[in-house]
Design a protein. Structure first.
Lengths: 706, 399
């Protein structure tokens, strides 16, 4: 049979019983029943059980089948049969049928696998997902094997279907997919650029786009009306668990629209994307202002799947005798709290005082945490005696306290510390008390962001970017206080505590844009230098426009509920922003750097050879992580010279002997005993005693990031 | 006297029963004794206190010995700069000293103290609880005026230890006293090491050989043309092992940490930069050069090591023991330069490369020579010590 006649494993149904078919794929699993051989053949569509039976197959065929191994790529011809009653396999969709093989071709063999690919048991049993336990870097190194696993394959297929759904939907709404360049110049997003050196223009660099922001606005000025792009964006940011240096963004921009158009469009789109895997979202999505979100959840990307909203109780304590609160309020501070309803059994005095007040709250930046538990109609706490009855009564009312409730409060002169610490406590408690309902999705629009943020130098900077439209235009660009009161016409789409995307209505009036630059303290000249080409475009009739960008990796990961975004990207970078498969980023040859004129950038003319040696000292100091002081450098230079001589001598003198690394016979010893146990020295904390820094039961190290 | 000791054991311990009862042993602060500061001479372990006894300490105490303190040592025992090894014997503060031998330190310290120094076979004594630097070459050397002490201590501490996985499964030599028949014992002497000596020192060595002849041993002249390569192998292999071994000093589990580092790479770089002295840093830097830029040289050194091992075995199939000169080098002082340090140990380093036992015997008291080293095949420790005891006995007018 020819490959053109090949059918897919997953598409064979009991209706095909009696048909002769050709299948091609990989050996997923293998079972030998003495003479009778079963294999699971897997292709992208599913799994089919193949039977090599001496009754049907020749002895030669059975013998060749017996030499198959996992992940051999094979083609099999045979007849579809119904399985005998009692031998069905509910783990696979084709579990009621099997193929009686009559021909077998091994298309290519496989080495021993670095991890198991198969996820479907051959006999009815629990599904084996052993690959989930494989070190992620190993999975990434052999990503091509990893994506043979049905769960990864499903993720990539679902991603494809979601992207198709996006394209169809936006096409139906009159959006054009237009590509924008990847080699471009620096854009005004907040992060560091990835730079690409130009060979033709030495010492000049392209920047990879952090987003197609400027181009999409230029497309609007160019009259394209409605644009979208599934764009690859690049940000050279510090490592964070769910970030990738390059990521995929759905970029949307439209002209002659306002916020409601975007809300309507993106809500409809989001509902459709989630519906791809059968998740129903109800519309309209909630909307909450930035100020409300901060006031009640301490976050501009609130997780609203559960309660635990903040209650402001600052006014309860204006007259208090409790000195800590009094001092904070005298300094213009805030007191906010959360009522954790009915959880007093889970949150004992010990947990609240010793874990939350002493350890957890301080680790979130709070100087302290006050807690109370309601029992027998009374509020109880280690400090309750410092409060008046009126204060306690007011708390009961404000928090709507019932028996079994637990109150926690954070007081601090800084609003930012109160909301940030309480916000993190809110999430910590929700996780600890399992208050987050599974499989629920709570989309919410965050609106009315501040247009500007204060800088340390007493000026302002854009919260979003300087092209975001303000909520009003009659402001004084010199009045910092007024500027800080301005709201922007920006919006974020947040779901379950994660920001899926955001955007804004842009400024299209050049005079307003000038005013914003003036507010930012940029002179005409500076703006021209930074955004000249872009601003020039606004001199030719820019239409009102706005848009939004959705982080597609994150959105797909949310839809599929994967533990990380790397599970929905075919070839992601690992947590260290490296690719274990290709080895990127990697060193390049000196010649390449020379061609790009990147050697000795900005260096003085150095004596021939010294630059190289200096670099080597720096390099070795770095790879061996041993700092070398300027005073020690001459000694290390000498060491390198001597080491070079040793290299020569060793090369000259070495013969063909097998190298040895040990002068005594090597024997393998195992520690006596078979049970895993913790060292007594670790249990008593002795192991940690010599450590320079300890946190809890762990060694403390400097953070990985700057 | 306190300046000898890095830490003195001031507790009063009731003498225990056991064949080492009353023997006072000074160790170095690279050997763990629970509760003792154990800095191994390095800032990288500043304020580190051992949390368990090393196996050898536990065995010595079991046998009734008194571990009287630890003496100042060079950084991780590498070379003798800053070391007080031998001083405790010289000033009669201890009967025995345990001195880490990476390239001959215990034998040169013995020369300095005019005592006997013994480097046992590699793999004979448990390394558990010992802080080292060059795993395939180092071992704990013993210094004493009295070879019986050394023999009895080895009898106590040698042998398998279930906590030390690196010990090979081999038969332990029998350290009971044994008879030596010099007529039936051949001792070889290799000409090449003598070529490296100055004329007067060569003459001095001839004097040692004469002592052996007079004692009745048959002497045999031999040749090992590659003798100078022992240093080469040690320089390369030793520095690579040291660089990798010192990787553990990262200021996470012990040792001081540089302040104000922004991230953990910075933390390693600065903490480790501040932790090591210039000599050790040079050595680690050299090791890093081979590890990261010229691994082939390391492989080649391992090939040469294999050849030297075979050559040495061949010589020891033609003679029972070999006698070597000892030379404390041109610069016996405390140089911080790597090249000087290696020059100082050119005559002793061979036994660390091969793992064979080596015994340093001081000169007959009053004689103007430096003494000499005797070496045997791996695990011939007991017989080697017996030859030594025989010679000392002869000097004392014994049979």
């Amino acid at each position: 049979m020819l490959f053109s006649q090949r059918v897919f494993c997953g598409q064979i149904t009991p209706d095909d019983v009696g048909r002769k078919v050709l299948l091609g794929g990989w050996v997923d699993a293998f079972r030998d029943h003495g003479g009778l051989l079963f294999i699971h053949l897997r292709d992208r569509s599913g799994i089919m059980q193949i039977v090599f039976s001496p009754e049907v197959a020749s002895a030669d065929l059975c013998q060749r089948a017996a030499s198959l191994h996992a992940e051999y790529c094979i083609a099999v011809t045979g007849e579809v049969k119904k399985r005998l009653a009692g031998t069905e396999n509910p783990n696979i969709e084709t579990g009621n049928i099997e193929l009686m093989a009559t021909e077998l071709t091994v298309l290519s063999e496989s080495d021993t696998l670095p991890f198991t690919v198969s996820e479907k048991a051959m006999v009815p049993a629990t599904v084996d997902r052993s690959a989930d336990k494989v070190a992620e870097d190993l999975r990434l190194q052999y990503r091509y094997l990893d994506i043979r696993r049905p769960s990864m394959r499903d993720n990539l297929m679902a991603r494809h279907r979601i992207f198709q759904c996006v394209r169809e939907f936006l096409d139906s709404k009159g959006f054009l997919e237009i590509e924008t360049p990847v080699l471009t110049s620096s854009t005004p997003e907040g992060a560091r650029d990835y730079l690409v050196p130009s060979r033709l223009h030495p010492h000049n660099f392209y920047a990879l786009p952090q987003s197609p922001q400027l181009f999409k606005q230029l497309l609007m000025i160019g009259g394209m009306e409605r644009y979208f792009q599934i764009a690859r964006c690049f940000r050279d940011e510090d490592l964070r668990p769910n970030r990738q240096p390059e990521f995929t963004q759905l970029d949307i921009e439209a002209s002659f629209i306002d916020e409601e158009f975007i809300y309507e469009l993106v809500e409809e789109l989001t509902v459709k994307m989630f519906a791809v895997v059968g998740i129903k979202l109800s519309r309209p999505f909630a909307r909450i202002t930035y100020a409300d979100a901060m006031d009640t959840t301490g976050s501009d990307r609130p997780d609203l799947r559960f309660g635990l909203r903040f209650v402001d109780v600052t006014d309860v304590f204006y007259q208090t005798n409790y000195s800590i609160f009094r001092q904070i309020l005298q300094r213009g501070g805030y007191i906010k709290g959360i009522n954790i309803k009915g959880q007093s059994e889970m949150l004992s005095k010990n947990v609240l005082q010793n874990e939350y007040a002493k350890e957890i709250a301080p680790s979130f930046g709070a100087k302290g945490m006050t807690w109370m538990r309601s029992e027998g109609g009374k509020l109880e706490s280690n400090i309750v005696q410092f409060f008046s009855n009126q204060e306690l009564e007011a708390l009961r009312k404000k928090f709507d306290v019932a028996d079994g409730d637990v109150l926690i409060m954070i007081a601090d002169p800084s609003y930012a510390i109160v909301t940030s610490a309480l916000g993190q406590l809110r999430l910590h408690l929700a996780n600890r008390l399992s208050l987050i309902p599974a499989n629920s999705f709570f989309p919410v629009w965050i609106t009315e962001f501040p247009l500007f943020e204060a800088t340390d130098e007493g000026a302002v900077t854009s919260s979003h970017h300087p092209f975001t439209a303000p909520d009003r235009i009659d402001f004084d660009p010199k009045n910092i206080e007024e500027l800080l009161m301005l709201r922007s016409r920006a919006y974020d789409l947040v779901m379950n505590g994660e920001e899926l995307g955001g955007g804004s209505i842009r400024i299209n009036d050049r005079n307003l844009q000038r005013k914003i630059f003036a507010a930012l303290g940029l002179t005409e000249e500076e703006t021209r230098e930074k955004f000249g080409f872009f601003l020039r475009a606004f001199d030719f009739g820019a239409p009102p426009h706005g848009g939004l960008a959705l982080g597609m990796d994150r959105t797909v990961s949310m839809i599929l509920q994967t533990p990380s975004i790397r599970e929905v990207i075919a070839f992601p970078k690992n947590r260290s922003a490296a690719c274990p498969l290709t080895g990127a980023p990697s060193a390049v040859k000196r010649e390449q750097l020379a061609e790009l004129r990147l050697l000795n950038l900005g260096a003085q003319d150095l004596l021939l050879g010294t630059a190289q040696k200096g670099n080597r000292i720096d390099h070795l100091s770095w790879v061996s992580r041993i700092g070398i002081s300027a005073k020690e450098r001459p000694v290390m230079e000498q060491i390198l010279t001597q080491a070079e001589e040793l290299v020569l001598l060793a090369t000259q003198k070495a013969g063909k002997e097998e190298p040895i690394r040990n002068v005594a016979p090597v024997t393998n010893h195992t520690r006596p005993g078979t049970e895993e146990k913790r060292s007594a020295l670790s249990q008593t904390g002795q192991l940690l005693k010599s450590a320079p820094a300890v946190k809890g039961n762990y060694y403390k190290v400097a953070s990985i990031l700057e | 006297m306190d300046s000898i000791f890095f830490y003195r054991n001031l507790e009063i311990v009731a003498p225990k029963d056991g064949h080492l009862q009353g023997v006072k042993i000074a160790i170095q602060p690279n050997i763990s004794v629970a509760g003792w500061p154990t800095e191994a001479g390095s800032k990288a372990l500043l304020n580190f206190k051992a949390i368990e006894d090393a196996t050898i300490v536990q065995r010595l105490r079991q046998a009734g010995a008194f571990v009287c303190g630890s003496t100042h040592m060079s950084e991780f025992g590498f070379g003798l700069a800053g070391s007080k090894a031998g001083e405790a014997l010289r000033r009669q503060a201890a009967d025995v000293e345990l001195v880490l031998d990476l390239m001959g330190e215990s034998r040169l310290a013995a020369l300095h103290a005019a005592a006997c120094g013994f480097k046992p076979s590699y793999g004979l004594v448990s390394q558990f609880g010992l802080i080292g630097l060059i795993p395939s070459m180092e071992c704990c050397g013993l210094l004493s005026r009295n070879l019986k002490n050394i023999r009895e201590i080895l009898q106590t501490i040698a042998g398998p230890d279930e906590l030390d996985f690196s010990i090979p499964d081999e038969e332990i030599p029998n350290f009971s006293p044994q008879e030596i028949d010099p007529q039936k014992t051949t001792i070889g002497f290799i000409t090449e090491p003598q070529n490296e000596l100055s004329n007067d020192k060569e003459a001095i060595f001839r004097y040692s050989v004469d002592e052996l002849k007079k004692a009745g041993f048959s002497l045999r002249e031999m040749s090992l043309p590659d003798f100078s390569l022992f240093s080469l192998v040690h320089k390369i292999v030793g520095s690579v092992e040291a660089s990798s071994c010192a990787g553990r000093y990262d200021s996470v589990r012990y040792g001081p940490r540089a302040l104000g580092t922004k991230n953990w790479n910075d933390m390693y770089l600065l903490s480790r930069g501040a932790a090591f002295g210039l000599l050790l840093k040079s050595y680690l830097f050299q090791g890093a050069f081979f590890q990261f830029e010229n691994y082939g040289a390391y492989e080649n050194a391992c090939r040469i090591r294999a050849r030297l091992l075979t050559d040495m075995q061949l010589l020891l199939s033609q003679a029972d023991f070999l006698v070597f000169p000892i030379d404390n080098g041109a610069t016996s002082g405390a140089s911080e330069l790597l090249a000087d340090t290696y020059n100082q140990f050119a005559s002793t380093v061979f036994a660390n490369v091969t793992g064979q036992p080596a015994l340093y015997l001081p000169p007959v008291s009053g004689a103007a020579h430096l003494g000499f080293q005797l070496a045997g095949p791996r695990l011939s420790d007991a017989r080697l010590l017996a030859v030594g005891e025989y010679l000392l006995n002869m000097r004392n007018g014994g049979k």
